[in-house]
Design a protein around this ligand. Structure first.
Ligand SMILES: Cc1cc2nc3c(=O)[nH]c(=O)nc-3n(C[C@H](O)[C@H](O)[C@H](O)COP(=O)(O)OP(=O)(O)OC[C@H]3O[C@@H](n4cnc5c(N)ncnc54)[C@H](O)[C@@H]3O)c2cc1C
Length: 377
C-alpha cells in the first residue's frame, strides 16, 4: 500500500468505526439504509474515487478504490457495494457518456449527494443477460421503455439508473443503454427483496410502463448497450473482489481474537492445532485473493486490463470470503451462529458475492473462453 492508500484506509477506518459499526447490528435487523452515511462518505471523497476531479471526483485509480472498498467492507458490505455500484455507474458515464451527460450526472454521483444504480438483470435473463426483454421503442424525441428489471442494488434510493433495454434485434447487438432518472413518468419501483444478507442495501425491482426517456439520455449509440454493460462488469468484478477481501480480513481478525480469548479444556482454543491450521489456511487464502485483486486493479490502472485475471480475482476472492466467513462461524462455535457476534452476518453477506456481477460459474465460462483464445492463437 502506498502512502496515499494508507491515508485513505486510516481515514475510513476512523469513520467506519465511529459512524457505521455502531449501527450495523440494528440496521441489519431492521434492513435500514442510512442515506446520511452515504452522504458523509461522499463528503470525505469516497463516493467518487475514480471519477476525474473536473467532475467532482478524486481522480484516483482502481487500486485506490479497492483499498477503500476493502476497508468499508470490514464494517459493512452493504455500504461498500452501494459505493462499488455507484462508482461503476460513474465509470460508464465517464467512458460512454458525452460531455453534456457527464456534466449533468457525474458531479452529484461523485460527491455522494446521489447514488447510481445499474439495471441489466431481468427475471428470465440473469446469466444470459443478452436475452433481456425490456423494450425501448423509438418515438419522436426519444424512446418509450416497457419491462421490468430484477434485483437492482440501490433500487429506490438511487437517482440515476443505467438501464439496458432492447431497441433492435434479439441478442446482444439489439441492446441499448439509457440514463433513467428517479421520478420519470412511467418509472416505478416494485417490491423490495427480502434477502439472506446485504440487508442494509436495498434491492428492488424496477418497473417501466410507457416510460418516456428523451433521446439525449441514450448512451453512445443504439446497439451499444451490451458493450456498455460488459465493460462495466469487467471493472465491477475487480471491485466486488476487493469487497470480498475486506470482508475476509475482518472475519479472520475476529476469529484470531476470539480464539485467543475463549477457553476450553483449561486453555485458549487458539492452542488447538486443528484451529491453528484452519486459521493458517484462512490467512493464506485471504492473502492470495488480495494479490489477485490488486494485480487485476493494477493492470486496469495501467491501461492493460486483463479480463481473465479480473474474473479469477472475483471468483477467488468471493469463494474465499464464503469459506473464511463460514470457518469464522465454526471457530466461534455456538455463539458464532447467534447475532451476539457479527460473524453470522459476515457469512450471510458473503454468499451473494459469489452470485452478483456474474456468478462464479460465469467467471469460469469467461476464464475458459480466454484460455481457448490464448491457446488457439
Ligand atoms: C442482492 C443482489 C443484488 C443484485 N444487484 C444487481 C444489480 O444491481 N444490477 C443487475 O443488473 N443485477 C443485479 N443482481 C442480479 C445478479 O446479477 C444475477 O442474480 C446473476 O447474474 C445471476 O442471474 P440469475 O439470478 O438469473 O441466475 P441464473 O442465470 O438463472 O443462474 C442459476 C444458476 O445457473 C448457473 N449458470 C447459468 N448459466 C450457466 C452457464 N453457462 N454455465 C454454468 N453455470 C451456469 C449459475 O451460475 C447459477 O448457479 C443482483 C442479485 C442479487 C441477489
Amino acid at each position: 500500500m502506498n502512502e496515499l492508500q494508507q491515508e485513505l484506509r486510516a481515514q475510513l477506518e476512523k469513520y467506519c468505526k465511529a459512524s457505521i459499526e455502531p449501527h450495523m447490528e440494528h440496521d441489519d435487523h431492521a434492513e435500514n439504509f442510512r442515506m446520511e452515511i452515504f452522504n458523509e462518505l461522499g463528503s470525505l471523497g469516497f463516493t467518487g474515487i475514480t471519477t476525474a476531479e473536473d467532475y467532482g471526483g478524486m481522480g484516483l485509480g482502481y487500486q485506490d478504490l479497492c483499498v477503500a472498498l476493502g476497508e468499508i467492507a470490514k464494517y459493512s458490505v452493504s455500504y461498500a457495494v452501494t459505493i462499488s455500484v455507484s462508482s461503476m455507474v460513474q465509470a460508464i458515464l465517464n467512458e460512454f457518456g458525452n460531455e453534456d451527460q457527464k456534466q449533468k450526472y457525474l458531479p452529484a454521483l461523485a460527491s455522494g449527494e446521489e447514488i447510481g444504480a445499474f439495471a441489466l438483470s431481468e427475471s428470465h435473463s440473469g446469466s444470459d443477460a443478452a436475452g433481456l426483454k425490456t423494450t425501448a421503442k423509438k418515438v419522436e424525441g426519444g424512446y418509450v421503455l416497457n419491462g421490468t428489471k430484477m434485483w437492482i442494488t440501490s433500487g429506490g434510493v438511487a437517482k440515476t439508473y443505467i438501464v439496458m433495454a432492447r431497441t433492435g434485434e434479439e441478442g446482444p447487438k439489439g441492446i441499448s443503454a439509457f440514463i433513467v432518472r428517479d421520478g420519470m413518468d412511467g418509472f416505478s419501483y416494485g417490491k423490495k427483496e427480502k434477502k439472506m444478507g446485504w440487508k442494509v442495501s436495498p434491492t428492488r425491482e424496477l418497473v417501466f410502463e410507457n416510460c418516456f426517456v428523451p433521446a439525449e439520455n441514450l448512451l453512445k449509440a443504439e446497439g451499444m448497450g451490451f458493450t456498455v454493460a460488459m465493460a462495466a462488469l469487467d471493472k465491477g468484478r475487480i471491485t466486488i473482489g476487493s469487497v470480498a477481501v475486506g470482508l475476509s480480513d475482518r472475519a479472520l481478525a475476529e476469529s484470531v481474537k476470539y480464539s485467543l480469548e475463549r477457553k476450553q479444556f483449561n486453555q485458549e482454543i487458539f492452542n488447538f492445532q486443528g484451529l491453528q491450521f484452519m486459521m493458517a489456511d484462512m490467512a493464506c487464502e485471504v492473502e492470495s485473493s488480495r494479490y489477485l485483486v490488486k494485480e487485476a486493479a493494477r493492470l486496469y490502472d495501467e491501461g492493460i486490463p486483463n479480463q481473465k485475471l479480473a474474473c479469477m480475482a472475483k471468483m477467488k476472492a468471493t469463494d474465499t470470503a464464503m469459506k473464511v466467513t463460514t470457518d469464522a462461524v465454526q471457530i466461534f462455535g455456538g455463539v458464532g451462529y447467534t447475532s451476539e457476534y457479527p460473524v453470522e452476518r459476515f457469512m450471510r453477506d458473503a454468499k451473494v458475492l459469489q452470485i452478483v456481477e456474474g456468478t462464479n460459474q460465469i467467471q469460469k465460462v469467461v476464464i475458459a473462453r480466454c484460455l481457448k483464445k490464448e491457446f488457439s492463437n
